[in-house]
Design a protein around this ligand. Structure first.
Ligand code: ARG
Length: 445
């Protein structure tokens, strides 16, 4: 059976905006009183009624159903205080109201997500400090590249999430603009004070064009793009965690509660949480595309299509928060197996670049050195030897001026420390990163 009311309405999902809707209404009514559009006594009664609804909501009471949350609040107010409640909607429309509600909601959720990113960074810093002696292979093309400190690797994610925080903070500038007073689309003939409502609600300023005020959803799209990039960053880390847990790697252990067994294969511990977080990126990217498509081609100003913006933005918020919460708990339980990561560095000729650098430091063009080391590696493969196994005589078969000091250059435990360039893999550089990130976290940036 066709349920027309359910189809046209949005209460089933916009009910979650109720608190913001009421706060917006209280500010609007205060402004109407200040501008003498409502009498002080009228304003007080309306605000008392609205505050009562707020209080009941905070105790778990639910608004009776209506077409949308705005009608639901107004109907309930009129039920509680009589027809005076109908004066609340003077000099406004649901069009500026819904835009304001959504902006207030996103201000709060931006802060919540920034908080979860801060938690991630604190865990990353703690892990980086605890694991300063763990050496592991780095990869390009997922093939062994050069030895690094595990901490250097973890801090790379901290910098990604730092950018995510900065992006959210920047987008907050565009979210925190008040559309209230744009009314349906043209503003109003009442002498309202838009600066006052903006200030009461913590917006930085009112928007300057009423058509833009009611039709703009860029801030929603931008916000969900920020969440998409966080989701993407999480997929990269989750992918690595899944690899590192594979017995071929065995680089790490995580708490058992983040994995599960197989119903048929008794030996399995599957990294389900990391996989689910990786999978959740799909729906968050989908939410971004839904929003782009909903707003695409809409003529000015408000169109009812815009009602469809809420399910995707709520979905993106819920799923990124859940993903970050689970990921942070999983990350906090992560332990490196330092012996395994070190042993892994002994495979894949990870010291090869050092030998080429050694020759280049003796004056040989790097390209020539690269060719010689390639021949040395081929020789090792043919003779089933590692670069550590080769004798000085064997090195000298490829180039006569190899000296005893070559072995210092290819000491796995020391290679990272030789990468002294700014931001490089040396202990000094890693400690500086820890210091910088700690300072920035303390300054709450
Ligand atoms: N429920 C609507 C929405 O979410 C509120 C605005 C309705 N405006 C209108 N002109 N019908 O967009």
């Amino acid at each position: 059976m066709l349920n027309f009311e359910q189809f046209i309405g949005s209460f089933s999902f916009d009910e979650r905006l109720a608190v913001f809707d009421i706060e917006g209404s209280i500010a609007h009514v205060k402004m109407l009183v200040k501008c003498k559009i409502l009498k002080t006594t009228e304003g007080s009664k309306i605000i008392k009624g609205l505050s009562g609804i707020l209080k009941d909501l905070s105790n778990g009471w639910k608004l009776p159903k209506a077409e949308d949350v705005h009608y639901a609040v107004e109907k309930e107010l009129i039920r509680r205080i009589g027809s005076l409640g109908g004066k609340m909607h003077t000099a406004r429309s649901r069009n500026d109201q819904v835009a304001a509600d959504l902006r207030l909601y996103l201000i709060q959720e931006s802060k919540n997500v920034i908080g979860l990113l801060n938690d991630f960074q604190n865990i990353a810093l703690k892990k980086a400090k605890e694991n300063m002696s763990v050496i592991m292979p780095s990869f390009t093309h997922l093939q062994p590249a050069q030895p690094i400190y595990a901490s250097h690797h973890l801090l790379a994610y901290s910098y990604m999430f730092q950018r995510d925080k900065e992006r959210l903070q920047d987008s907050l500038k565009r979210i925190a603009v008040s559309p209230l007073g744009s009314a349906a689309l043209a503003g109003t003939s009442f002498k309202i004070d838009r600066n006052y409502t903006a200030k009461l609600l913590g917006f930085s300023a009112p928007c300057q064009n009423s058509l833009d005020g009611v039709s703009d959803r860029d801030f929603v799209i931008e916000f969900v793009f920020c969440l998409s990039l966080i989701a993407l960053h999480l997929t990269r880390f989750c992918e690595e965690i899944i690899l590192w847990l594979n017995p071929e790697f065995s680089y790490i252990k995580i708490d058992d509660k983040f994995t599960s067994g197989s119903s048929i294969m008794p030996q399995k511990r599957n990294p389900d949480c990391a996989e689910i977080i990786r999978g959740k990126s799909g729906r968050i990217f989908g939410d971004l595309f839904a929003l782009l498509t909903i707003v695409k081609s809409l003529p000015l100003a408000y169109n009812r299509d815009l009602q469809e913006d809420k399910p995707p933005v709520f979905d993106a918020v819920d799923n990124i928060k859940m993903s970050l919460e689970v990921f942070n708990a999983l990350f906090a339980s992560l332990k490196f197996n330092a012996q395994k990561t070190l042993n892994s560095c002994k495979k894949g000729f990870i010291e090869a670049t050092e030998i080429a650098d050694y020759l280049a430091k003796k004056g040989m063009p790097f390209r020539t050195a690269h060719g010689i080391v390639k021949e040395i590696v081929d020789y090792c493969i043919k003779n089933d030897k590692t670069l550590q196994d080769l004798t000085l005589q064997e090195y000298r078969l490829f180039y006569p001026s190899f000296d005893e000091d070559i072995y210092k250059f290819i000491d796995i435990a020391k290679i990272a420390d030789m990468k002294i360039s700014l931001g490089g893999a040396s202990k000094k550089s890693v400690l500086k990163q820890i210091d910088d990130l700690e300072k920035s976290l303390r300054s709450k940036k």
